[in-house]
Design a protein around this ligand. Structure first.
Ligand code: NAP
Length: 290
C-alpha cells in the first residue's frame, strides 16, 4: 500500500500548512484520487482539480457528526485519513458543547472523526494524527483527572492532547488485533501519531507579535517547508506496516515505537471511556438557537 494508489483521502486541517502540503502531495502523486480538504476557510489557490474543499469546524462534535454522515453516505472507501487541525492557544475557552476548545480540536474531535469513519476506511487504510508524538508522556498521566478539571497547568494543557492521542492510536490498534483474532474482521490499518518537527506555516499567526517574531526567527533557521514535511509524514506512515497496528513517528518519518510508553489494557480502557463519554455528552448538550 502506498499513497500513490490512494483513491480517496480526507485531510482535516487540510486547508493550510502541513495538512495542505500532504493534500497537494497526495493529489499530485495519485491523480486518480479524490482528496477532500477540510477546515473553516477554503484556500483561494487550489491548483489541483482532484482537491475538493468541504467546510468543517472541527471543534464541534455535532458538525463532525454531520460531516462524517455525509462522507459515509457517499459509499466510497477512504484510504487515507489525516488529522492536522490545530491552533496555538494559551487561553481556556469552552465550546457550545461544553468542551475545552483546544482539547476539542486537538484531541476529542480527532478521535470522533476516526471512530465515525472507521466503517468506511479500506482494510489497509492509514490514519495519521499530526500533532506531537514525542512530547506526550503516558507514564505520568493522571487517570483520575483525564478532563483536567481537578488540576491544570499550561504545560499540561499543551501536552495532555499529545499523551491522549498516543494512547488512542494504541487503543485503535488493540481493537483491530482483537477483532482480527476473533475473525469478525481482517483489517491491517495503521494508526499513526506523528511529530512534524518545525515547519514553516502560519500556525502562530494569532500570537502576540513578539512571540511571533521569535517563532519566525527559529523557523527561519530550523524549519522545513510544509511540502518537505508532507513527504516525511507520508513516507513514515507508509513504510512496511508495523504488525502492532500503531506507530509514533518523528519529523523525518522514523518510527519511535520502542521508545514510547506502552499503555496497559486498563489504561487504554480508561482513556477510551473518557473520550467516548466526552463526545456523547457533547452531542447531548442542548443546541443553541442563535
Ligand atoms: N508548524 C509546526 O512547526 C508544528 C510543530 C509541531 C506540531 N504542529 C502541529 O501540526 C498541526 C498542523 O499545524 P500547521 O503548522 O500546519 O498549522 P496551520 O498551517 O495553521 O494549519 C492548521 C489547520 O488547522 C485548521 N483548523 C484550525 N482550526 C480549525 C477548526 N476549528 N476546525 C477545522 N479546522 C481547523 C486550519 O484550517 P482553517 O483555518 O481553514 O480552519 C488549518 O487547515 C497542528 O496540530 C500543530 O499543533 C505543527
Amino acid at each position: 500500500m502506498n499513497w500513490k494508489n490512494c483513491r480517496k483521502a480526507v485531510i482535516v486541517g487540510g486547508t493550510s500548512g502541513i495538512g495542505y502540503g500532504i493534500a497537494r502531495k497526495v493529489a499530485a502523486d495519485a491523480p486518480q484520487a479524490k482528496v477532500i480538504i477540510s477546515g473553516r476557510h477554503q484556500p483561494d489557490d487550489i491548483a489541483q482539480s482532484n482537491i475538493e474543499f468541504v467546510r468543517l469546524d472541527a471543534t464541534s462534535m455535532r458538525e463532525i457528526k454531520k460531516y462524517t454522515d455525509a462522507l459515509k453516505s457517499q459509499q466510497e472507501k477512504i484510504d487515507l485519513l489525516v488529522l492536522s487541525q490545530g491552533v496555538i492557544s494559551f487561553t481556556k475557552q469552552s465550546t457550545e458543547e461544553n468542551l475545552d476548545k483546544t482539547i476539542a480540536l486537538m484531541y476529542t474531535g480527532r478521535q470522533m472523526l476516526i471512530r465515525e469513519l472507521l466503517p468506511v476506511l479500506t482494510n489497509d487504510a492509514r490514519v495519521i494524527i499530526i500533532l506531537n508524538a514525542v512530547r506526550g508522556d503516558g507514564s505520568t498521566l493522571d487517570y483520575n483527572n483525564l478532563d483536567l478539571n481537578k488540576k491544570m497547568s499550561l504545560g499540561k494543557m499543551i501536552t495532555h492532547p499529545m499523551t491522549l492521542n498516543d494512547g488512542m492510536v494504541q487503543w485503535f490498534a488493540r481493537e483491530q488485533i482483537e477483532k482480527n483474532k476473533s475473525g469478525s474482521s481482517q483489517h491491517h490499518r495503521l494508526f499513526v501519531h506523528a511529530f512534524p518537527g518545525w515547519v514553516k506555516t502560519d500556525i502562530g499567526k494569532t500570537l502576540p507579535w513578539p512571540i511571533r517574531m521569535m517563532g519566525a526567527i527559529s523557523m527561519y533557521f530550523k524549519g522545513v517547508s510544509a511540502d518537505e514535511c508532507a513527504v516525511h509524514m507520508l513516507n513514515g506512515s507508509y513504510k512496511d506496516s508495523d504488525k502492532e497496528g500503531w506507530l509514533n513517528i518523528n519529523d523525518v518519518g522514523d518510527s519511535l515505537n520502542g521508545k514510547r510508553h506502552i499503555f496497559t489494557d486498563e489504561q487504554l480502557d480508561k482513556i477510551a471511556k473518557y473520550t467516548w463519554e466526552s463526545i456523547d455528552n457533547a452531542l447531548l448538550t442542548p443546541q443553541s438557537t442563535k
